[in-house]
Design a protein around this ligand. Structure first.
Ligand code: ARG
Length: 458
């Protein structure tokens, strides 16, 4: 009978299917680095507290470092019999250094071990994602600077609504991604507590020093309650929530990229390197990157729902259900870390069709509000001005004209308040720059928005 590390009270092997179901090594081997760092900190502290001899600590630390090198060199073979990354590494260590290896687990449980490994993993990935977001922000502000005069229609209900600029549009997303950064930083600040030393659930009778292991591992402090320390995965859920929101933002921009690169809109043209062809239709240039980012948003939401559902109703403290925490988090992190850089490059390299945007802005009566505002400035109440402008739009539709193509007589027939300056007032650039309120599309306002984001990413 092959003895498990925990096999003392068992007289029979586990069923092979149970081994298959129970083992997490196939996915948690990703945590080898965090696991070894946690073990080195634990052993170092045990030595300092006189719980382990200095000889044992040295053998353990050297042994673990050697194992880490061998894992990285691809020389280590993990086994399902040893279940997970924690027991695999411990078994290899003991095989290599003998007795001392068996002492490493003193005053520790796999429950606090996995808790510290996983927390450390999340803590290390957050800055990576923030870096990706900052690179994206830099592309958005760089592009926005080039397009503060590029007038385009702003939409509501996907109907042309009011004139904005491409820069104003880009900065809308830059602000959303800025909040995504802040949310991730917030998650990072809350998870900066070390669960190691919580033991299985109730700490230990050995005189361990939890503040010391927290310090050695770079955490701000130890977690204050051991049951909480081994039971909660709220930090992983926060990360998944933050990533879901981030992907939702990306997915909306993806949707516009799909629409705007279509022959119908032609607002942007994707670079060949960031689009694909069709195997049957030779003319096609498909926005697959945008579509995949939009599609993969579903997986990340699924990852969040999976972990929320796993955690729901679990009694304290550890339950094996919680082994299901890792795959959704790995998947969401991998998905975001894949999508963000590609999406960034796709936006960076996309050609902006300034003329086409302008033509769409001209054709959509998006200065009808400005016609009404013109009359309001001449003393007409807004409701009446709205009716006059609406009437003029109807006339234009009948005659196949745009508002600026109406003659002054036609304007005057609708209201005697119209004068020759109406043409200047409804010029699209005037309309955009007239909206010079904080947050608005005017060039001056957008430049301020750009500076705010540049401050964050510089
Ligand atoms: N592989 C386990 C997990 O990922 C480690 C903790 C096991 N603890 C236990 N009491 N069986 O959750």
């Amino acid at each position: 009978m092959a003895k498990k590390l925990w096999g003392g009270r068992f007289s029979k092997d586990t069923d092979a299917l149970v081994d298959k179901m129970n083992a997490s090594i196939d996915f948690d081997k990703r945590l080898y680095h965090q696991d070894i760092a946690g073990s080195i900190a634990h052993a170092t502290m045990l030595g300092e507290q006189g719980i382990l001899s200095q000889d044992d600590v040295k053998a353990i630390v050297d042994g673990l470092k050697g194992i880490e090198q061998d894992i990285e060199a691809g020389k280590i073979h993990f086994t399902r019999e040893n279940e997970d990354i924690h027991m695999n590494i411990e078994a290899i260590l003991t095989e290599r250094i003998g007795e001392a290896g068996k002492r490493l687990h003193t005053g520790r449980s796999r429950n606090d071990q996995v808790a510290v490994d996983f927390r450390q993993y999340v803590k290390e990935e957050i800055p990576e994602i923030i870096d990706d977001l900052k690179s994206f922000e830099r592309v958005l502000t760089k592009k926005a600077r080039l397009h503060t005069k590029t007038v385009m229609p702003g939409y509501t209900h996907l109907q042309r609504a009011q004139p904005i600029t491409y820069a104003h549009y880009l900065m809308a997303y830059a602000n959303m991604f800025r909040r995504d950064i802040l949310r991730l930083q917030d998650c990072e600040s809350r998870l900066d507590e070390c669960p190691l030393g919580a033991g299985a659930l109730a700490t230990t009778t050995y005189p361990i020093d939890r503040a010391r292991t927290a310090e050695l591992l770079g955490f701000a402090r130890p977690m204050s309650n051991s049951l909480d320390a081994v039971s909660d995965r709220d930090y992983a859920l926060e990360l998944l929530s933050d990533l879901s929101i981030l992907m939702m933002h990306l997915s909306r921009m993806a949707e516009e990229t799909v629409l705007w690169s279509s022959w119908e809109f032609k607002f942007i043209e994707l670079d060949d390197a960031y689009s694909t062809g069709s195997s049957i239709m030779p003319q096609k240039k498909n926005p697959d990157v945008a579509e995949l980012a939009r599609g993969k948003t579903g997986r990340v939401y699924g990852d969040l729902m999976a972990l929320l559902t796993t955690m729901k109703g679990l009694p304290l403290a550890y339950n094996k259900d919680m082994q299901e925490d890792k795959e959704p988090v790995f998947d969401a992190v991998d998905t975001v870390e894949l999508c963000l850089p590609v999406f960034t490059a796709m936006i960076d390299t996309a050609k902006v069709n300034v003329e086409q945007m302008h033509a769409a802005a001209k054709g959509g009566f998006i200065n009808a509000t400005d016609v009404a505002d013109y009359l309001v400035k001449k003393g007409l109440p807004f409701r009446e001005a709205h009716a006059v402008s609406g009437h003029l739009v109807a006339e234009c539709i009948d005659e196949g004209k745009t508002l600026d193509e109406l003659s002054l007589d036609e304007f005057k027939a609708a209201s005697p308040l119209f004068e020759g300056d109406i043409y200047q007032a409804i010029d699209l650039t005037t309309c955009v720059n007239g909206r010079n309120v904080t947050g608005g599309p005017s060039e001056a306002s957008v430049l301020k928005q750009i500076e705010e984001i540049e401050e964050l990413t510089s």
